[in-house]
Design a protein around this ligand. Structure first.
Ligand code: ZN
Length: 668
């Protein structure tokens, strides 16, 4: 269990709040595209113009290194995604028929979905998209394309698009099935789950105190009947794209803010050259310990949600710089980390005696790439290796220009009127949800994930497929519990002892009801963060039932959440936190199964239908993502960069096509 990204919910589901954000352009146009279940937004990069020229150059080359990795993720997601994208784009560009016809519109929608998901599977549900245009239409258009405009694997691509039985699910998590064989992603080829597990079990040494992140940068295949790993590195798998990443990292290193940052970039380059996961740990330690530089970035194979066995990292990059004034909030929390650990409602034997290196900051994203684009997390906590976190600390960030964009784009969308029970609650949300939601993310990332410890000898992967859900629940509960603590007032982070109620209300509403709008009728909740939220909300509802803590109120045939006793709700969160920490610390897999299966997975069909119906009237997109800003170099007559300028006018299809054209990491 190593993967940790957070996604706050208010912003994603569209609760509107009022934010306080400096330097904002009041006329900024946040929404740029809308199709299927997706809304594409823009974000601003406030503070970029105030960076020094050296920092701007550093950011610029890091963004280039980020964009060059795009094709890697496409290929990781599914083996025919890249030729498929090229074929669809060729049709899109060469089409000479009626662009307003239903068939063309359906084709365009499909391409936009594929762009958004970095492949043919939905970025969140992992289900394959269903085209609403005919096979004949595409065949006819492809036949018209000029020679060389598409690829030799045409037949496979058509099957992938049109045959529902082919590559149906990117990541299959259904218990009891062979998760490797039934997942369509491109992380394994010709091997069974058992073979993969046997392979890694033979490599792992259970008593190694500093294990590498096995499989993080490899594809597992069978060669001559033998299971083996193909390594992502220069000269190995994805070598072409990695060369371009390294080229730009090398440029970036010239403009590092300090020697330590230069060493970090060089360590990463070394890892891309040799593919050695020990070297990745070296890099991760350097990275985790650098809390001084203003500009920062992640670039590599990081989160393993895309692997049903949770091992291989999806390629991603985020380049960012510290928002110094806003970081005050997380610094205050970090400084009190030990107090939070000592006072949590968790059994003493599961607590850390010394909470190490909890570092946290609020950042401004400058580019989103790979697995963080266009859909992106709003908080990050890395590195993922448990032993590095314990020995060297971790870095935790809240990406506030992204949360702000979500928030701005959702204003006036009618959500509050539809789902929030009454006017006083709406006012509470409008007043306090933006700050409490951000604080929730801060607490989740910089204290929640870092708190607690495993008992000696407990396997970090003991909770297996439920590890992610339990880990996210642990961090969320830690955050929920402390949001209501007087310590928040004492630290000056909130100015009203009732402010936390805004987050509590939204959390329960989302966990029990509104997040269900992301699930198709008849399906279970599968994604770890969603499971975690449902687990917490349903558990609190049922355990508070005898005291009527949370009530489901019917008005005009509609269901509303009413919270009757916020203090009791806080105690319930504390109680569940203690139990979840016990499960994690002791590796109690049966207890994890029981909690997840009882509260997190199954959906009440009646409430589900109601939520979908009510949402349908609002026309709010369940998922949102972003186009990136564009960075332009300004050069003098000798070709030296004298400034970097940022613009925000690029449209979604324009950006996708340009990325394909200008950053063909694996498609040259
Ligand atoms: Zn998390």
């Amino acid at each position: 269990m190593r993967k940790i990204t957070a996604m706050a919910t208010a912003a994603l589901i569209g609760i509107s709040t009022s934010s306080m954000y400096a330097n904002e352009d009041k006329n900024f146009n946040y929404v740029t595209d809308r199709f299927a279940d997706i809304e594409v937004l823009r974000y601003q990069v406030p503070g970029f113009n105030e960076l020094s020229l050296q920092q701007k150059k550093l950011v610029y080359y890091l963004t280039e290194a980020a964009l060059w990795g795009r094709d890697i993720l496409w290929d990781q997601n599914y083996k025919y995604n890249l030729p498929l994208r090229q074929m669809l784009e060729a049709v899109y560009l060469n089409y000479d028929g009626d662009r307003n016809s239903d068939e063309y519109k359906a084709f365009e929608k499909y391409l936009k979905q594929v762009w958004f998901a970095n492949g043919i599977h939905h970025h969140y549900s992992n289900d394959k998209f269903t085209p609403e245009f005919s096979r004949e239409f595409l065949e006819k258009e492809v036949a018209k394309l000029p020679e060389g405009a598409y690829t030799p694997v045409k037949a496979e691509i058509f099957e992938a698009i049109f045959n529902p039985a082919v590559a149906a699910k990117k990541v299959n998590q259904a218990a009891g099935e062979d998760l490797v064989v039934t997942s369509a992603n491109n992380l394994y080829e010709g091997v069974t789950q058992q073979e993969v597990e046997d392979y890694y079990n033979a490599l792992k040494n259970p008593s190694d105190p500093t294990p590498i992140s096995y499989g993080l940068n490899t594809r597992v295949v069978k060669e001559n009947g033998k299971v083996t790993e193909q390594v992502y590195k220069i000269g190995g798998l994805y070598g072409e794209a990695i060369e371009k990443i390294v080229e730009n990292l090398s440029e970036a290193a010239k403009y590092a803010e300090n020697d330590r940052q230069k060493a970090i970039i060089e360590a990463l380059i070394e890892f891309y050259k040799n593919g050695d996961l020990k070297q990745f740990d070296t890099y991760s330690i350097l990275w985790a310990e650098d809390t001084d530089s203003q500009v920062d970035f992640i670039n590599g194979f990081i989160e393993s949600y895309g692997d049903p066995l949770g091992m291989t990292g999806a390629w991603e990059s985020i380049v960012n710089f510290k928002n110094i004034p806003a970081s005050h909030r997380t610094e205050v929390l970090s400084k009190s980390a030990q107090w939070f650990e000592d006072n949590s409602p968790v059994d003493k034997s599961f607590k850390k005696d010394k909470v190490k290196g909890v570092s946290a900051k609020v950042i401004t994203a400058a580019i989103l790439a790979g697995d963080s684009y266009p859909a992106t997390p709003i908080g990050i906590n890395l590195p993922n290796a448990n032993w590095i976190r314990a020995a060297h600390g971790s870095k935790s960030v809240t990406i506030e220009n992204i949360t702000d964009a979500y928030d701005k784009a959702s204003q006036g969308n009618g959500f509050n009127e539809e789902f929030v029970i009454d006017q006083p609650t709406t006012e509470l949300l409008e007043k306090y949800l933006f700050i409490t939601d951000n604080l929730h993310t801060d607490l989740h990332e910089c204290l929640g994930h870092g708190s607690g410890k495993l008992l000696p000898g407990v396997d970090p992967d003991a909770l297996k497929a439920h590890g992610s859900t339990i880990e996210e629940a642990r961090a969320d509960l830690f955050a929920l519990y402390y949001l209501a603590d007087p310590k928040m007032i004492e630290l000056g982070l909130l100015d009203n002892p009732d402010a936390y109620k805004a987050e509590y209300y939204k959390y329960i509403l989302n966990g029990m009801m509104t997040q269900l709008m992301r699930i198709e009728p008849g399906k279970d909740v599968e994604e770890a963060h969603m499971r975690n939220r449902k687990l917490i909300a349903e558990w609190a509802y049922r355990h508070g039932q005898k005291d009527n803590v949370i009530e489901l109120v019917k008005k005009d045939g509609k269901t509303y959440i009413k919270i009757n006793d916020y203090e009791a709700l806080r105690n319930l969160f504390g109680e569940l936190l203690a139990e979840i920490q016990r499960i994690r610390s002791t590796g109690d897999y049966p207890a994890a199964c029981e909690l997840v299966e009882e509260y997190a997975v199954k959906v009440d069909p009646a409430i589900h239908k109601e939520v979908l119906d009510r949402y349908a009237h609002l026309n709010i997109a369940p998922y949102k993502g972003f186009v990136n800003p564009v960075y332009h170099t300004v050069k003098d007559s000798d070709g030296n960069i004298t400034d970097i300028q940022v613009t925000y006018t690029e449209e979604y299809p324009e950006q996708m096509l340009r990325y394909g054209r200008e950053y063909p990491g694996l498609t040259r």
